[in-house]
Design a protein around this ligand. Structure first.
Ligand code: BGC
Length: 893
């Protein structure tokens, strides 16, 4: 044991609803969580007290007040919540104190009196360490409530009076006069479509593409901003720019988003709440005192591109004193839905600026920029030239041999009407007024190359004229892989690039061709996401999207959200088990059962639906052939019934466990029995007990039952041996599709074939992940051959399980369902043959877990870090040992 240090336990990383000091939450029982900073071996929390109040001084007041709190014992474990006690905190805070609770829980729901809207609450946690000694007392954290319900809105939904085919995006503005000194001000803005908010000439905040996509006719998101610093005493102007987003899809593709039932000309509703120095409050709601005009954005589609005519700029439109006499009246519009709720997730941002690695001038008017890597986002152009010159910015992932951008791999599902809306192309018309900057506001693309075509030789571009912005939901990073094998490092980074390129407030399949919330792609990638990023808020939002979409009979669509497409195709359990798999993984990674609870009924209805469907004509009870099967396989594919039944089993098992956790005893038994029935039917039909082989012995057929737990205990070793033999017969290469990739590597490494798993994972020849990388990929692809003719997106997260496997199969960092959220960590590292150095770290809810090794003189030196509050069970090839918090080193004998 190393790393002895300070002797104090300190709560750190305080989060409310998993966010740091969030603004505008609607949750009535917000979750409060913290970590411990305590470097002593065995560090843990023996008790805590939470204090919540509206006065920061009171909340932070005297240590002695809180130390005297009444002791209430509470269930240990994250999410545990004991009896709410009126401890000392009521003197210390003015709203709620939990009282001192003997509990190790580091995630606790607020249980005090009903929270008021628009209110800032301060909170702090007092912890007692493993010896019962009170820890250090850091300052208070805070959260602020938002609207807390539809009844509290004052503003009206407004729009201009134009129809859905209108090209130009609309501006809206109004003047505000603040007579008194402003103490604080908030803007609460909901939009159907996309908005940009401006005050006195400045864009408010740094969000992009807000609000995030939902099924607009069922649920709309609003965003809260602190606008105190944007207002000035006296005259102010507030401006709103509205774009189409997914609300008014004008581009036509095979998913019929242009026919979505919610479609409409964008509209918004906003309340501005100003608190003056004298304590008085003024609410300014959107309404008839706003005026509207058309903006220079003459066309915008989140799917294809943005067209801007800079000659139509109206300088100062969002400033006080602007003459808006030519602007038009706004109209009232009915609210898009009756459910307007807070957007509680890290926003999409321009996260990383990428300078091109090269620019090629193909002629006097054509330049091709290469960013050197594939991203989702936009390009930003700095340009000077004659008024009226027209630039086309064509975005793509690859080039033709003649150097022009080739979109043929990604434009296949686009069905343009005419040539006014070219695919992944922005159009910019210069105003001719000095240096102009163009960056689209209402969409994004997937690309590495940008071809800029000018209508005029008077425009001259240079190497620095264009840069790329990588955009995605700005989720914090919580995982890292470093190793002596550069291929491993590049695989990790390519996987994360594809994961982030496909996270825009909902997980997508690809950022170019579709931008669809394909369910199957997302559940395959959920572990990769959660090992590497703090993604819970995005998944919680997306599960709400699922609940919005579910039919009364349990059916869910294959893409979420959807305008209606996907209820008839691709939505069997192999894809749409997201409804069970995502809440379950959130439970494993965060130790938080809330999402399982909110989705419980939806999981149940989905499982019942598969079950009923099975009775109506599929081969035998317990089996289902509803699904797509092992998508994009190398050469072999098992029957759909095989793969779909495995997911049916996984869903029924999760449902039974969720029922157990939620105290639903009857359901627990019922769905356990269903799971057993499925397993029995599956093994009866597909398992050859004589040979130890499933089906015809394909890789997918052997790895899926192992991974998902359908193999009878006494057959596991033989099935694993069959799998290993099969992989060897396939030249130590994978031969699976989407569903097989999820299971293959872990089935090998968890069943005695870790070296073989490592070999397959790091192959550099076809078919493998490494084949893409050695051919220059910076993201993951959709198809195994790099010269495939169809299904050839170059930024797909679908085969992203490799990213999770680096943590699971090499680092061996696994959550334990019995003590989830990594309260108890299973550490089962596998030292890949020839992998000299490796380090996996994951910042779990308790702190950083590390599993790493070095080879010194031919022997392994293994290091593990277990964070405070957690324990681990370490399994090394030469030793098995239980660990408490601390840093440990083990040398191979
Ligand atoms: C998507 C996939 C998706 C699949 C469903 C494709 O077009 O890009 O990633 O899962 O359809 O079959």
């Amino acid at each position: 044991m190393t790393g002895m240090g300070q002797e104090v336990c300190r709560p750190v990383g305080l989060r409310c609803e998993y966010l740091e000091n969030p603004l505008g939450i609607d949750e009535v029982h917000p979750r409060l969580g913290w970590k411990l900073e305590d470097r002593r071996q065995g560090a843990a929390q023996s008790a805590y007290e939470l204090v919540v109040g509206t006065d920061s001084a009171l909340v932070e007041k005297g240590d002695d007040d809180v130390a005297a709190g009444r002791v209430c014992s509470a269930a240990a474990g994250r999410g545990g919540s004991g009896a709410g006690g009126k401890g000392s905190g009521l003197e210390a805070g003015d709203v709620w104190s939990s009282g001192k609770r003997v509990s190790a829980a580091q995630l606790v729901s607020y249980e005090g009196p009903a929270l008021r809207p628009w209110t800032r609450y301060y909170w702090r946690v007092i912890v007692w360490d493993k010896d019962g000694k009170r820890g250090a007392l850091p300052g208070a954290a805070r959260f602020e409530t938002g609207m807390m319900g539809m009844a509290n809105w004052r503003g009206a939904w407004i729009s201009d009076s134009r129809d859905i085919r209108t090209g130009p995006a609309a501006y809206f503005r109004r003047a505000i006069r603040t007579g008194k000194k402003v103490r604080s001000a908030r803007a609460y803005i909901a939009a159907a479509g996309l908005y940009e908010l401006y005050i006195n000439g400045a864009k408010v905040g740094d969000h992009r593409l807000d609000p995030m996509y939902t099924r607009f006719d069922r649920r709309n998101l609003y965003v809260t901003y602190d606008i105190t610093g944007y207002l000035q005493q006296g005259d102010n102007a507030v401006g709103v720019l509205l774009g189409n987003g997914w609300y008014n899809m004008q581009s036509t593709a095979v998913w019929y988003f242009h026919e979505a039932p919610w479609r409409g000309r964008p509209c918004f509703c906003m309340d501005i709440r100003i608190t003056y120095d004298d304590g008085s409050v003024e609410t300014i709601g959107s309404g008839k005192d706003w005026k509207t005009s058309l903006s220079p954005i003459v066309f915008n589609s989140i799917y294809t591109g943005e067209h801007v005519d800079d000659r139509r700029q109206q300088a100062g439109w969002d400033r006080a004193g602007f003459n808006d006499s030519a602007w038009k009246e706004v109209i009232f519009r009915s609210a898009p839905s009756e459910n307007v709720v807070a957007q509680v997730l890290p926003p999409v941002r321009d996260v990383e600026r990428i300078s091109p690695v090269s620019v090629k001038r193909l002629s006097d008017t054509v330049w091709v920029y290469d960013l050197g890597r594939n991203i989702a986002g936009v390009s930003e152009l700095h340009v000077q030239g004659p008024a009226g010159a027209r630039l086309r910015l064509v975005h793509g992932e690859r080039l033709y041999p003649n150097g022009h951008v080739d979109q043929s791999n990604i434009s296949v599902h686009y069905r343009p009407v005419g040539d006014g809306d070219p695919f992944q192309t922005d159009i910019y018309i210069l105003s001719g007024k000095g240096e102009e900057v163009f960056k689209p506001l209402m969409g994004y693309k997937g690309f590495q190359y940008v071809e800029v075509v000018s209508s005029s030789p008077g425009v001259v571009l240079g190497a620095n004229s264009l840069t790329g912005w990588f955009m995605h939901s700005d989720v914090g990073s919580v995982g890292r892989i470093e190793s002596s094998d550069t291929l491993v490092n590049r695989l990790w980074s390519a996987t994360n690039n594809s994961y982030l390129s496909n996270l825009m407030g909902y997980p997508t399949d690809c950022p170019q061709r579709e931008k669809n919330g394909w369910t199957g792609d997302a559940h395959i990638a959920v572990e990769t996401g959660l090992y590497n990023f703090n993604g819970i808020n995005v998944y919680e939002k997306w599960m709400a999207d699922h609940r919005d979409e579910q039919q009364p009979n349990g059916v869910l669509p294959s893409i979420v959200p959807t305008g209606g497409w996907g209820y008839e195709w691709g939505n069997g359990p192999d894809w749409t088990s997201t409804i069970a798999l995502i809440p379950w993984n959130i439970y494993l990674f965060y130790g938080d059962s809330r999402l399982l609870g909110t989705c419980y009924d939806n999981i149940r209805r989905y499982v019942d639906r598969i079950d009923e469907r099975g009775d109506n004509g599929v081969s035998s009870p317990g089996l289902t052939d509803w699904g797509l099967g092992d998508w994009i396989p190398v050469t072999t594919k098992p029957p759909v019934e095989f793969t779909s039944t495995v997911y049916f089993y996984a869903d029924a098992s999760i449902l039974s466990r969720a029922a157990g956790l939620l105290g639903k005893k009857e359901d627990e038994k019922k769905y356990l029995a269903l799971a057993e029935k499925i397993k029995k039917a599956f093994n009866a039909k597909y398992l050859d007990t004589m040979k130890g082989v499933y089906g015809s012995g394909l890789q997918t057929e052997l790895c899926m039952p192992l991974y998902w737990g359908l193999v009878p205990a006494d057959m596991k070793a033989r099935v694993a041996a069959s799998l290993a033999r099969r992989v060897q017969a396939d030249g130590n290469h994978l031969n699976v599709g989407l569903l097989g990739t999820k299971a293959l590597l872990s089935a090998l490494s968890e069943n005695g074939y870790a070296d073989l798993a490592y070999t397959v994972a790091t192959q550099r020849t076809y078919p493998s992940w490494g084949w893409w990388i050695v051919n220059g990929a910076t993201t993951l692809y959709e198809n195994w051959p790099i010269d495939a003719k169809s299904d050839v997106s170059m930024n797909h997260i679908m085969f992203g399980e490799i990213g999770a496997w680096l943590f699971k199969g090499l680092g061996g960092i696994l959550p334990d369902a019995g003590a989830p959220g990594f309260r108890h960590i299973l550490l089962r590292p596998h030292f890949g043959k020839g992998l000299e150095e490796f380090r996996a770290s994951h910042d779990c809810p308790y702190g950083e877990i590390v599993s790493s090794w070095k080879t010194v003189g031919g022997k392994i030196v293994y290091t593990a870090v277990v964070p405070p509050g957690a324990t681990a069970e370490l399994e090394l090839p030469w030793k098995k040992v239980g660990l408490t918090a601390g840093t440990y080193e083990f040398r191979q004998p």
